[in-house]
Design a binder for this molecule. Sequence first.
Ligand code: ZN
Length: 192
Amino acid sequence: MWPSVLKLDISGIPEAWIDVEEAAHYYATDSVAYSYGEVCATLHGGISRLTSRRSVIDVHPILAVRGHCVASRLLRAQPRLTRLNDKLFRRDRMTCAYCGQVFTAAELEREHILPFSRGGRDTWMNVVSACRPCNQRKANKTPEEARMPLLYVPYVPSRWEDLILQARKGHVLGDQMDFLRAGLPAHSRLAA
Ligand SMILES: [Zn+2]
């Protein structure tokens, strides 16, 4: 299976994961300003009528697309808290915010610190990962009312973290991980 390619804007801000075919399209249209990392895929294109040679595109794991500066938009936008919980659980390192134990994704739930029924919103700052027993025990209360203090605080992931969280598990190449880790804020739980 081909790895995903990390697409940057011209200023080096990570924008998205793209597939190798899309990356090859940027190379073929001469839209790649610069790229990093060792070649991670080689694609063979059609045979040139002029030279009778098959075109070959070497795809690097990180590439910046020419004429495409979206840094200010990217940095302003908060990463989306998706309905699927895997990004949240990975932000919280699969750890229940109330008992501190590590669980599998199947054993964790999205917990609203200020309960949904009391106006709590579905935002990065109001959700943590909790195991089912803790979630049920806390029920419709705040942590103070339930006497269940949070063991860690929620935070909004940065773009760099979000792209790590989005990546399919185990599919981030070393060059890509090094690049994204270099952009992590000090408080990130993904930095370790
Ligand atoms: Zn728990």
